[in-house]
Ligand binder design. Sequence first.
Ligand SMILES: Cc1cc2nc3c(=O)[nH]c(=O)nc-3n(C[C@H](O)[C@H](O)[C@H](O)COP(=O)(O)O)c2cc1C
Length: 219
Amino acid sequence: MRKVVFAVLCSFLFILVVVIDINQGYTHFRDSNDIRSATKRKGTTSSASSQKKPLIIYFSRSGTNYPNVHLKIGHTKQLAMFISDKTHGDQYEIVPAKPYPKNYQRTVDQAQREQQNNLRPSIKGKLHDVSKYRTIFIGYPIWWNEPPMIVRTFMDHENLNGKTIIPFSTNEGSGWGDSLQIIKRYYPQSHFLKGFSVTGSAVDNDHSRVNRWLAKLGY
Ligand SMILES: Cc1cc2nc3c(=O)[nH]c(=O)nc-3n(C[C@H](O)[C@H](O)[C@H](O)COP(=O)(O)O)c2cc1C
């Protein structure tokens, strides 16, 4: 009799273990963020170090720019490179499938048309896998008081909710413009840290401000 009770108990335990296992394997996730947080909890994809390493995402344009300078490397890209160097972060540049004109005024006109018509210019190549990063720096120039529309193309496709976001931007007088509100609206469940905004033409004059900002963020 004891043997029978023992066998029944063992079978019960076995079934219990199998059921728990099946449930874990077939969890129905609501969206990709849930998958990411679940894999993080299990520790299967991200090492601690890759989660610490930030990703620096940015858009920048080279060519003639205000005030009539020719830029081999755009202002925002210069800043992005500096940030990546200081933070040891990875970089992802949002590159337009069709480059913007080198001519400043033609770009200004095109950007205005894109904004007025709420267009989404295409991005060249594959988007970067953002899943393994907890902290994302996102940088852009101010175009017509907002981030360029191609940054919206990126944000339409990449869900950064749940991550820590640190914006940075270059401009020629508008400061942040409306850009912070726009980005925050895209990612209401993200944690935003203090960003950095600088006059583009002064971006490489003095690194002490950017250094102080990064130091306050812990880099
Ligand atoms: C299409 C376009 C629109 C711009 N609109 C603004 C603006 O509304 N306010 C402002 O302060 N600067 C404006 N600028 C200046 C840029 O924000 C500034 O030059 C920035 O540093 C350029 O960055 P980049 O070299 O990384 O592209 C504009 C520049 C361009 C090309």
